[in-house]
Design a protein around this ligand. Structure first.
Ligand SMILES: [Zn+2]
Ligand SMILES: [Zn+2]
Length: 357
């Protein structure tokens, strides 16, 4: 038979401090805000809460110890609440304990004493924007459509039909918790009627069916700096989902996709461009035109350039996002081998072949 000590994973001789520590650790682990939709965790959380409610209180613990030893078995196993000792399942402690811990999480909504809700930050929303390679170099203003949950436009978020208002819950008189007397023990739990809100809506808003929220498409204009790289994430503070109970809104995270260029290969802030060079120019040296984002430049090819050589054109690459200035264009020499030659060329090449072997 599992004892309350087992539930908290402590020995029967554990100090109050050890019990408190074990409880805090387990409660944090299994807290519903951290395990949304996980009913096993919720069950476990309740068990832990119940165990601590008894063992965390010296008087109740003594009562439990005495009772346990007399009867030869531990009391309060799963599904077997024991009416011979009283415990007060105090939801109020939860808000105090977790109010500061879980505000960063999405959803949920920890409740403080008297069932009032704590502010919860809204969730972050991620969206994508696609840019051409040229726009990524020059910068752009992108229109980003985002579907967000916002306050219902009909009831302004109250969930009540316009002209009516939420009323104090008659079941719990606005406390948000309900105590139920069952023989010797009083069990308090979130009020089932108002689900801990303390208020109920008698005539729900028809537009949002009482939720007070609706999905709406919003369009944000996002300024994208020149030189943005593929995969960059831009964070817009406070443009995500609205917070709850006065909590701050989440952020909008825009992920930038940059299309590949058919001319340039980006490497950091440098742009590599394939540059066709004739065999004669590669050997003797000369000039060729090389495209850059701001127009072609005439590039000097040194004599004896090998295929694959990179020649740097300073300051003509992608704008640097931080620090200012620009990267370089790197012209990669590609020696061209002609598929066909005319009569004159053939004669010259044959002479060259004879000379150089
Ligand atoms: Zn209520
Ligand atoms: Zn509404």
């Amino acid at each position: 038979m599992k004892t309350l000590y087992d539930t908290l994973g402590v020995s029967k001789t554990a100090s109050q401090d050890e019990i408190k520590k074990a409880y805090r650790k387990l409660a944090r682990e299994h807290h519903p805000d951290r395990n949304p939709g996980d009913t096993a965790a919720e069950e476990r959380f309740k068990e832990v809460q119940t165990a601590y409610d008894v063992l965390g209180d010296e008087a109740k613990r003594k009562q439990y110890d005495r009772f346990g030893s007399q009867n030869g078995r531990g009391a309060g196993g799963p599904g077997q609440p024991n009416p011979n000792f009283d415990f007060d399942f105090n939801i109020g402690d939860l808000g105090d304990l977790f109010g500061g811990l879980f505000n960063g999480g999405a959803g949920g909504g920890a409740r403080s004493q008297r069932g009032r809700r704590q502010p919860v930050r809204g969730a972050d929303v991620e969206t994508q924007v696609r840019l051409s390679f040229e726009d990524s170099l020059s910068g752009a203003e992108a229109k980003v459509p985002v579907e967000l949950t916002v306050a219902c436009h009909v009831c302004a978020g109250t969930g009540a039909e316009p002209g009516t208002a939420p009323v104090i819950c008659p079941e719990c008189n606005g406390r948000g918790v309900k105590s139920e007397s069952q023989g010797l023990f009083a069990l308090s739990q979130p009020c089932p009627r108002c689900r801990g809100n303390g208020t109920v809506i008698e005539q729900p808003c028809k537009s949002c069916r009482g939720s007070g929220r609706e999905r709406r498409l919003k369009t944000y204009t996002v300024k994208i700096k020149p030189g943005v790289k593929d995969g960059t994430r831009i964070r817009l503070k406070g443009k995500g989902e609205a917070g709850e109970n006065g909590g701050p809104a989440g952020d909008l995270v825009v992920r930038v996709h940059v299309a590949a260029s058919n001319l340039y290969e980006r490497r950091g802030d440098d742009l590599i461009v394939q540059t066709p060079v004739s065999y004669a120019t590669a050997v003797l040296g000369g000039t060729v035109d090389v495209p850059t984002p701001e127009g072609a430049v005439s590039l000097k090819i040194p004599s004896g350039s090998e295929d694959g050589k990179l020649i740097r054109i300073k300051g003509r690459g992608a704008p640097r996002i931080t620090g200012g200035g620009k990267g370089d264009v790197l012209a990669r020499v590609r020696i061209q081998v002609p598929k066909r030659v005319n009569k004159k060329e053939r004669e010259l090449l044959e002479q060259l072949q004879k000379v150089s072997g």
